[in-house]
Design a protein around this ligand. Structure first.
Ligand code: ADP
Ligand code: MG
Length: 304
């Protein structure tokens, strides 16, 4: 009979982490043929949108990609987690949306991770939701700014592989701007009760945006977060999500992890705060999967 400890959940988790450490650490992700624009969305708050945005962004950058995070939530949690200044005087996404300031003028480098940049959110952004209403082309202002930024980088011979937009938990004009700017929607789903509640509303909204404002928009990626392998409930939620979204749901799942929740108070993502923790390894695994799914085919020509 095998030793009981080889089969305990703890022993399994340790073995799993060791496997991820060996297979994923130091990995360089393949580049997409052109800049991938993803919006992190879920109308529920506290499901891990911001945590997923910053950690996947950090993992991609750590694996050699050039990444921009756009913080569209007035709370500025993504800015905080990336160690980016975002007090009231800092030029921010507010200036981009309301005054038409070029994105390049507000983007800051992440101090702890090469290849990672952030357009911060300040508290002003809370007002933008209302100020935008009376502006021309109010739904396409972020898209214009992002497209111009990507084009300017390309003209200068620089590359940008990923743009991840972190949304507030509501469908106002800020989120609409994110859906219009992006082509991919990335939905984190918390493996808890009511996880799927609100999902059909989110999908309806995406469909509305798709038919009226952005025909390219589609749900490309779903990540199961706060997964607890010991509970039946997590397994049930995961099973149900995979059944409905077999192609979109990443194989990687992110466990509930204290290290993940501690990292932002140190102005860091878990990728630098504790890179060997199971949370960091899971986000790395998710990022590698995301990159490999959207990799440029080997024969593709460089996009114009
Ligand atoms: P949202 O952006 O959807 O509102 P957050 O990413 O801010 O959600 O996450 C909500 C809270 O849950 C935060 O306090 C965050 O630190 C915590 N959290 C997120 N993911 C995890 C995880 N995998 N393990 C533990 N805590 C987590
Ligand atoms: Mg958030």
């Amino acid at each position: 009979m095998p030793g009981a400890d080889e089969y305990t959940p703890l022993a399994q988790a340790v073995a799993d982490d060791a496997r991820k450490r060996i297979t994923l650490t130091g990995r360089v992700v393949p580049r997409p043929a052109r800049t991938r624009l993803l919006t992190l969305a879920n109308q529920k708050g506290g499901v891990g949108k911001t945590t997923t945005a910053v950690n996947v962004a950090a993992a991609l950058a750590g694996a050699g990609a050039q990444v921009l995070v756009i913080d569209l939530d007035p709370q500025g949690n993504a800015s905080t987690a990336l160690g980016i200044a975002h007090h009231a005087e800092v030029p921010s996404v507010y200036d981009v949306l309301v005054d038409g300031t070029p994105l390049a003028d507000v983007v800051q480098p992440c101090p702890t991770i090469d290849g990672l940049h952030c357009a911060p959110a300040t508290i002003d952004l809370a007002g933008a939701e209302i100020e935008l209403v009376s502006l021309v082309a109010r739904e396409t202002r972020l898209k214009k700014a992002v497209d111009a930024y990507v084009a300017a980088l390309r003209a200068a011979g620089q590359r940008l592989d990923y743009v991840l937009v972190d949304c507030p938990p509501s469908l106002g004009l800020l989120t609409v701007n994110a859906f219009v700017a992006a082509s991919e929607v990335f939905i984190p789903i918390q493996c808890e009760y009511y996880a799927l509640e609100g999902l059909s509303q989110l999908l309806n909204n995406i469909e509305l945006i798709r038919s009226h404002l952005n025909p390219e928009l589609h749900v490309s990626t779903i990540l199961l977060t706060m997964y607890d392998g010991r509970t039946r409930l997590s397994a049930q939620v995961a099973e149900e999500v995979r059944e409905h979204f077999p192609d979109q749901t990443l194989r990687a799942t992110v466990p509930r992890s204290v290290r993940i929740s501690e990292a932002p108070s140190h102005g860091q993502t878990v990728m630098t705060y504790d890179p060997n923790s199971s949370g960091a390894l899971s986000y790395l695994e998710a990022a590698v999967e995301l990159a490999e799914r959207g990799a440029a085919p080997a024969t593709s020509e460089e996009s114009a």
